[in-house]
Design a protein. Structure first.
Length: 476
């Protein structure tokens, strides 16, 4: 391609605090409209904000995890603009001195080699409210529950060179923030929101092209698709000799295209000035060291450890560390049955299927790590068959009963007694002369059918190895 793509991302991340940034109102997603509000977050005259210390701690953890330089002295500013979801007429943010700057995120390229994507700055600020547009399009309602929720804005350098890289950056960012317990990063709930700036320039040019801002992207897939569309749109314009206008465009999911929201004819003047009602933020080295010690082992380090210490394949390690919840669930299961590969197999094949279907995380079902460890051990020790094990897993998952309890109640113990199975094998051979003849004529696949018939006779409780052995003895 004769054009080089240049992408920078602005990511807003809501912090996992119990209350808002400057008042005691709950920071929760599911409340009815305008329930989590008070005089402070609505900006009533005479009210005073009070800084949430936990929000500052979480922001500092994010800065440490993202390798930022941290300002030992910073403050909040008033960013003045009028919009229905800004109740005070200004937003409390950090305009002049951000809490963190000059950080980076390691991003693997297509060859598996890591490179640094620069993070220009990360600042702490309060979120705005939310507009709910009426179906007729003639009115809008305002929900102020989100107004005042603490968030950090992460502004990357324009270091990303493709839509795929942008998605990988967001995935890496989400992993780090979730592992740090800074945010749950649920895009569907608005706790992670992304705006993208994209421009094209001639290959080899040192000057940036005119950038376009993209909004309204509610998933990583949508970010990638919106950027892909915009790359093609801008390239078509440049190919025909047209110039790129500085614009803000929104992504239309159903039409799979970006559409114009507004032209950017001039820069905004927010008339920012320091907020005199809030004291400056002083960060000590002792406090940073304490927070640094609280940071958990990150995904990449865990994946390497799983490969080195547990002998897991790279793919298993990558899947198991894709979220902190899943990684911790895996490690907790090993405490009850230390067989990393077998536990990994059951999590990746059976458990994740149920989790994805039901939209839950590993800790939200009746299948505890102890249950999983016990279940896998029972299968390995041939107390139950693998087929029965899958059924027991599903029943434990939905009822919370232990695998031993379910196996005992339903009489699911595996049948390994040779005399008992020999009678069933003879019955299956007598009832299936066709497959028996096929097997004796060299069609070895017929053995699988006969094994299946014995398993059917026993309700899946027969020991497959014993069944295979007995069938071979009877048929040879």
């Amino acid at each position: 391609m004769k054009y080089e793509t240049v992408i920078g991302l602005e990511v807003h991340v809501e912090l996992l605090t119990c209350s808002k940034l400057f008042c005691g109102c709950p920071n929760s997603f599911a409340a009815d409209p305008n329930q989590n509000i008070c005089e402070v977050c609505l900006g009533f005259p005479g009210t005073l904000p009070r800084l949430n210390a936990r929000a500052v701690e979480l922001a500092l953890k994010a800065l440490l995890a993202l390798n930022c330089e941290i300002a030992s002295y910073s403050w909040f500013d008033r960013k003045n603009y009028f919009y229905p979801d800004i109740p005070k007429g200004y937003q409390i943010s950090q305009y002049f001195v951000p809490l963190g700057s000059r950080g980076y995120l390691e991003l693997p390229n297509d060859d598996g080699e890591a490179r640094h994507v620069g993070i220009k700055q990360i600042h702490l600020e309060e979120d705005a409210g939310k507009l709910v547009h009426g179906p007729s399009g003639t009115y809008s309602l305002v929900d102020y529950n989100r107004a005042g929720v603490p968030l950090i804005e992460i502004v990357s350098e324009p270091d990303l060179r493709s839509p795929v890289e942008a998605r990988r950056y967001l995935e890496g960012l989400k992993s780090i923030l979730q592992y740090s317990r800074v945010s749950d990063c649920k895009m569907e709930e608005g706790s992670l929101r992304c705006d993208a700036n994209i421009s094209l320039r001639r290959q080899g040019s040192g000057e940036y092209g005119e950038k376009v801002e993209l909004k309204n992207m509610n998933s990583f897939k949508a970010v990638e698709k919106a950027l892909e569309f915009e790359v093609q749109r801008q390239a078509n314009l440049l190919d025909t000799g047209e110039s790129i206008s500085p614009q803000t465009r929104r992504w239309e999911e159903e039409r799979e295209e970006t559409v114009l929201m507004r032209e950017k004819l001039e820069s905004h003047d927010y008339r920012c000035f320091p907020d005199a009602e809030l004291a400056p933020i002083n960060v000590t080295e002792a406090e940073l060291e304490r927070l640094r010690q609280e940071l958990p082992e990150m995904a990449a380090s865990r994946a390497s450890r799983y490969i080195d210490e547990y002998g897991l394949p790279g793919y298993d390690a990558e899947v198991l560390t894709s979220s902190l919840d899943l990684s911790e669930y895996f490690e907790a299961s090993l405490e009850h049955y230390f067989n990393p590969k077998k536990i990994s197999n059951w999590i990746m094949s059976e458990y994740l299927m149920h989790l994805n279907t039901e939209g839950k995380n590993p800790w939200e079902t009746g299948l505890t790590p102890e249950h999983l460890g016990v279940l896998v051990k029972m299968v390995d020790e041939e107390v139950i068959s693998g087929k029965i094990g899958k059924e027991v897993l599903e029943k434990t998952l939905h009822t919370g009963k232990s695998p031993e309890e379910i196996v005992e109640e339903e009489g699911l113990n595996q049948i390994s007694d040779q005399e008992e199975l020999a009678a069933m094998v003879e019955k299956v051979i007598n009832n299936n002369p066709g497959p028996v003849a096929d097997y004796k004529n060299g069609k070895k696949k017929a053995m699988g059918f006969l094994v299946g018939q014995v398993m059917k006779e026993t309700g899946g409780k027969a020991n497959p190895q014993v069944v295979n052995q007995l069938l071979s003895e009877h048929l040879e």
